[in-house]
Design a protein around this ligand. Structure first.
Ligand SMILES: Cc1cc2nc3c(=O)[nH]c(=O)nc-3n(C[C@H](O)[C@H](O)[C@H](O)COP(=O)(O)OP(=O)(O)OC[C@H]3O[C@@H](n4cnc5c(N)ncnc54)[C@H](O)[C@@H]3O)c2cc1C
Length: 304
């Protein structure tokens, strides 16, 4: 029996498992596919034509949050980040290249010849507004998600007159927020691409915050793992295993056993795995509770 089970061996599940293992718990990660990493996956192209990132490529978040340092990914587990001034580059069909730099002024200066002064100014104002909104969102990271009412009250207190448009943005789609701010599709495209990192279409309601993501984070440099994004996953696995944790692949969680309101075991790939202290779901609630055919079923589901 493990102390803790983490369902899902994506980046978030692995980070969580690392913290639990380093705190002294015996941790088991159950991953449905034959490899961990989830949305972080680097593939070698045939004939040595380079590497392709299938998902996340910009890892400034794990650096900026301090998680990479706390888990000693660089100092102890072999990960090396390239720091980059250019955060992303959006090539357009007409040959224009939209560069987004850590420095906002440099970004806006580069936009002027491509989209004109008025649209570039709109980007500058949008970036300031987006970063204020994202700061508010970031301040909530460490606690349970607030209710809509609590969030609106907090927005009112911190953003003043901008609170109402901010709340509308969160509830609306990324596409709406971008189209109501900009007119040049080529400029909107990289921002819509970043919104899609949430794994939802930028057209979906509730994706508005994703539309702010690229413009909001001018300031810190970008961080790209040497060797491709999978290097981050490999370093997390080394970190986990060094602390005594382990991963079981090809283990899709099928149900979570709940006794007395507490999750005590997971059935995955037909095998029952028990946990003495707790079960953490690193897959979203919809999948966990079985709508997508994952955990749940007749057993009810637990975790958190
Ligand atoms: C195309 C794309 C580009 C992105 N680019 C960036 C970027 O540049 N920078 C950035 O910071 N973020 C980016 N993101 C977002 C980032 O990749 C994700 O937010 C992050 O990887 C999510 O990690 P996760 O562990 O929560 O979920 P996932 O990566 O989805 O991992 C979930 C894991 O759970 C497993 N799983 C699912 N169901 C079960 C089950 N029933 N039992 C067991 N295991 C199960 C899955 O196989 C998967 O391995 C991007 C996302 C996409 C899709």
């Amino acid at each position: 029996m493990s102390d803790a089970i983490v369902i899902g061996g994506g980046h978030n599940g692995l980070v969580c498992a690392c913290y639990l293992a380093r705190a002294g718990l015996d941790v088991l990660v159950l991953e449905q596919s034959d490899t961990v990493g989830g949305c972080i996956d680097t593939r070698d192209l045939p004939d040595g034509r380079g590497r392709l990132e299938l998902g996340a490529y910009e890892h400034g978040g794990i650096v900026g949050s301090g998680v990479a340092a706390e888990l000693e990914l660089e100092s102890r587990h072999g990960l090396r980040f390239h720091r980059r001034e250019q955060v992303t580059l959006g090539p357009a069909d007409d040959g224009a290249r939209f560069a987004f730099w850590d420095d906002l002024d440099r970004t806006v200066d580069g936009l002027v010849p491509l989209v004109g002064g008025a649209e570039a100014d709109a980007y500058r104002r949008f970036a300031a507004w987006a970063s204020a909104g994202m700061r508010l969102g970031g301040s909530l990271d460490a606690g349970p998600p607030p209710s809509l009412g609590q969030l609106a009250a907090l927005a009112q207190a911190t953003l003043g007159a901008e609170a109402a448009p901010f709340m509308q943005t969160l509830l609306g789609s990324a596409s709406n927020v971008l189209r109501s701010t900009f007119s040049d599709e080529r400029l909107m495209a990289p921002m819509a691409h970043w919104a899609a990192h949430s794994q939802q279409s930028p057209l979906d309601p509730g994706t508005g915050a994703g539309g702010l993501a690229l413009a909001a984070f001018h300031g810190p440099q970008a961080a790209r793992p040497a060797g491709g994004s999978r290097a981050t996953v490999e370093a997390l696995v080394r970190c986990l295993e060094t602390a005594g944790g382990r991963v079981v692949v090809n283990a899709p969680a099928e149900s979570v056993e709940v006794v007395g309101g507490r999750a005590v075991a997971v059935v995955a790939g037909g095998v029952r795995y028990a946990a003495a202290r707790g079960i953490v779901s690193a897959i979203d609630a919809r999948r966990l509770f079985g709508v997508g055919g994952a955990a749940g079923g007749g057993h009810g589901a637990g975790g958190g």
